[in-house]
Design a protein around this ligand. Structure first.
Ligand code: ZN
Length: 263
């Protein structure tokens, strides 16, 4: 069985900040969120690479993009630094079939906004409140083996309204101690690619250390892995119609330019 090729991309900025925020984040992710997740998610059926914005070609040279079945994206303060040309390449790769898992503040990444076509704005608050997640899609592969409900003791609140398109399938809903609710796990299909947005993952709490959070991401990787790739711009002419076309229809012989003039 061939392995699913997973690439975890992280902007890797907060982890390197020389201030109290950086100190806090490094307590939980000394080598960066990407390298932590690479270790936490390792499995026999996955080949995982961890890359970051500070690497050549922003961590994603063409050879790696074209060798990635599922891309995980963690970004927060450096969304604007991601080159538009790279975003277009990633969007094309998703349309071809690559899976994309957008984590936490990646809701505001260029690639997510590009694929959603909306602002992806939301309400937020950072007071370290409790979050309770509920499994809405109980028989979906992403929620398999995850408890019907589980809590994270301290999170950043992400609340509705969340400006994402209406075709998102809700897998998880979150309730926060302060009263807000949020579609915290949502799937989309774009071209041949599957996309999953998963909200938990604020950098100053050990959220990716949580076994349920890891289980969700792990399930999402298998769900998003493509069965095939296809040129998203492929169009096929169908000269022979599957049903008989009756050419005695007077409209069939009508000069359409004349029709347009009379309208
Ligand atoms: Zn955050």
């Amino acid at each position: 069985m061939s392995k699913i090729k997973v690439t975890i991309w992280n902007e890797f900025v907060h982890e390197q900040e020389q201030n109290s925020l950086g100190d806090t984040v490094r307590q939980f992710y000394p080598n960066g969120i990407h390298n932590y997740l690479k270790e936490a998610l390792q499995a026999d059926d996955l080949e995982i690479r961890a890359v970051s914005l500070d690497m050549p070609e922003q961590g994603l040279p063409d050879e790696l993009i074209n060798d990635t079945d599922v891309l995980l994206w963690w970004g927060h303060c450096a969304h604007a630094r991601v080159e538009d040309a790279l975003v277009e390449k990633l969007a094309r790769r998703v349309h071809e079939g690559m899976g994309l898992i957008v984590l936490h503040s990646g809701h505001y990444s260029k690639i997510f906004k590009r694929l959603m076509g909306t602002t992806c704005s939301l309400h937020w608050r950072e007071v370290g409140e409790k979050e309770r997640l509920w499994k809405v899609a109980r028989r979906h592969p992403i929620s398999e083996g995850v408890p019907e409900t589980f809590t994270l003791p301290h999170t950043e609140m992400y609340g509705e309204g969340f400006d994402i398109p209406d075709d998102g399938k809700i897998i998880f809903m979150s309730w926060y101690e302060g009263g807000n609710v949020f579609r915290s796990g949502v799937t989309f299909l774009r071209g041949n690619g599957k996309i999953f947005y998963f909200a938990p993952g604020h950098e100053t709490y050990p959220i990716y250390h949580d076994a349920n959070v890891q289980k969700v991401i792990s399930n999402a990787i298998r769900w998003a892995a493509p069965e095939f790739y296809r040129d998203p711009n492929f169009v096929e002419q169908i000269p022979v119609p599957p049903e008989t076309v009756y050419t005695d229809n007077p409209l069939a012989n009508l000069d359409t330019s004349a029709l347009h003039k009379t309208m």
